[in-house]
Design a protein around this ligand. Structure first.
Ligand SMILES: Cc1cc2nc3c(=O)[nH]c(=O)nc-3n(C[C@H](O)[C@H](O)[C@H](O)COP(=O)(O)O)c2cc1C
Length: 440
């Protein structure tokens, strides 16, 4: 079923005439004939869950914003920094007006007159496309003063980030948007109460907002019939890693994960099999080949001990070791930790050091317990969930692949004893992000 990706490859869809010819901005026209409360109630009835990571219901979040005469903001999170996730890029590049229309409708529903799109610095091509689309929409009266002759105004500004994972975290993003270093804020207060410039702020992901025109077009109740009862609608899933046809696939939530990984993405290369997979970006605890028949939806992933997250599946086949993947992952989070809180700053770095200890033949199986306990101490104890985003998958790898890691420890110890360690150390030092091996 294609809703967001319907006609996505039509040439020129990024321009206003083609988007309008395909029915674009009709949902905004319809919304403006309704009251903001009616529009919000459609969004609420759709049960749309956020597509950026946490899966929080959009209608509920929007309802937290206070009413009344005050400066409120809508911020579209286009940072798309979660490893494995590249769906927002395709949506913005090919159908920027769908996002702009969604922002215009959501702003109307929440009585907001100022909106921002915060886009990651690396997406300069997509930012140029969005800027051109915003100018077209302003010109046509879909943005600006008195939208389509109504009393609703909306000023939409595109802001380019500088490329930091933490600026995808909503409060880090807000600080960055205010011109400060992108550090997460202590919550509460949540952005819906006190966000950008201390004003109530609705923050949603690109895909979440791009879905809003479809909800208004179909009606919230009709939209809610798609997918499962608690994971309504369709989802664009980025599938990458060891698959033959990596890419973005729009699916109805609740289809078997195997269909996504094998039928759509082609499964691992010939002769290889799925060893484990991240169902929701690199922050999600890993699942194994035994979980391939689980329905791909928010609740089934949570019940299996993981999460749907940003909807990015990373497949790892049996040509890779768990240690290799864990080290790559831990190095990413250690590099991206903003350093503001201790459990994340120290925990991510110590995890890298412990994994390197295994690699260099200096670890014992007891180090696995130590590493698992470091992960437990990170989870729930950080200012934001960046630390948890490393601790959850690493913890799951230790739990599910302990035997392999123990064997790896033994093998590395033997290599060290026979002098092969020199090669391993040389490899480690060559890695610019990890820094030198720890001295023991
Ligand atoms: C470290 C970190 C990075 C994140 N990166 C992104 C991101 O790149 N894009 C995104 O939409 N949400 C990201 N999130 C989630 C946001 O904080 C927030 O939950 C989301 O923008 C809300 O939108 P939604 O309700 O539409 O999903 C990140 C969260 C964390 C903790």
């Amino acid at each position: 079923m294609k809703l967001l990706f319907d006609g996505i490859d039509e040439p020129g869809l990024n321009t206003l005439p083609v988007y309008e010819r395909r029915g674009g901005y009709q949902a905004l026209r319809k919304a403006l004939t309704m009251t903001p409360e009616e529009v919000l109630s459609d969004i609420t009835e759709s049960s749309l869950r956020g597509r950026g990571g946490a899966g929080f219901r959009m209608g509920q979040k929007a309802s937290f914003l206070p009413h009344g005469d005050m400066e409120k903001y809508l911020v579209c999170n286009a940072d798309e920094s979660e490893p494995g996730t590249f769906k927002d890029r395709e949506l913005m590049q090919k159908s920027p007006h769908m996002l702009i229309e969604g922002i215009a409708i959501a702003s109307y529903a929440a009585e907001i007159n100022r909106a921002f799109i915060y886009i990651r610095g690396e997406y300069s091509h997509q930012a140029d496309i969005l800027e051109a689309a915003i100018a077209e929409a302003e010109q046509a009266g879909y943005l600006g003063q008195g939208i389509l002759g109504s009393a609703h105004d909306l000023n939409l500004v595109l802001h380019r980030g500088a490329g930091a994972y933490i600026c995808g975290e909503e409060t880090g993003l807000l600080d960055s948007l205010e011109g400060k270093r992108g550090n997460p804020r202590l919550k509460p207060p949540f952005p819906a109460i006190e966000g950008l410039y201390h004003g109530p702020t609705l923050i949603n992901n690109v895909e979440t907002l791009a879905t809003v025109p479809t909800i208004i077009r179909l009606g919230g109740a009709e939209y809610a019939k798609i997918g499962t009862e608690t994971s309504t609608g369709t989802k664009v899933v980025s599938v990458s890693g060891d698959v033959q046809r990596p890419g973005n696939y729009e699916i109805e939530l609740g289809i078997p994960s195997r269909v996504l990984i094998y039928d759509l993405a082609g499964g691992p290369p010939e002769g290889r099999e799925v060893k484990f997979w991240f169902p929701g970006g690199s922050s999600a605890p890993v699942l194994t080949k035994d979980d391939l028949d689980l329905p791909y939806d928010f609740d089934s992933m949570a019940k299996a001990g993981s999460m749907l997250g940003s909807g990015a599946i990373i497949v790892v086949d049996d040509s890779h070791t768990v240690l290799e993947v864990a080290l790559k992952l831990a190095k990413f989070y250690a590099h991206e930790s903003c350093g503001k809180c201790v459990p994340c700053r120290e925990g991510t770095n110590w995890t890298v050091k412990m994994l390197r200890r295994i690699q260099s033949g200096e670890a014992t199986p007891m180090d696995l317990d130590l590493m698992a306990s470091v992960q437990t101490q990170i989870i729930g104890n950080c200012l934001c969930v960046l630390g948890d985003a490393m601790a959850m998958p690493i913890g799951s790898m230790i739990e599910k692949f302990r035997d392999e890691l123990e064997a790896e420890i033994e093998a590395a110890r033997e290599r060290a004893a026979t002098g092969e360690l020199e090669d391993v150390i040389a490899l480690g030092v060559a890695d610019e992000h990890a820094g030198p091996l720890p001295v023991h």
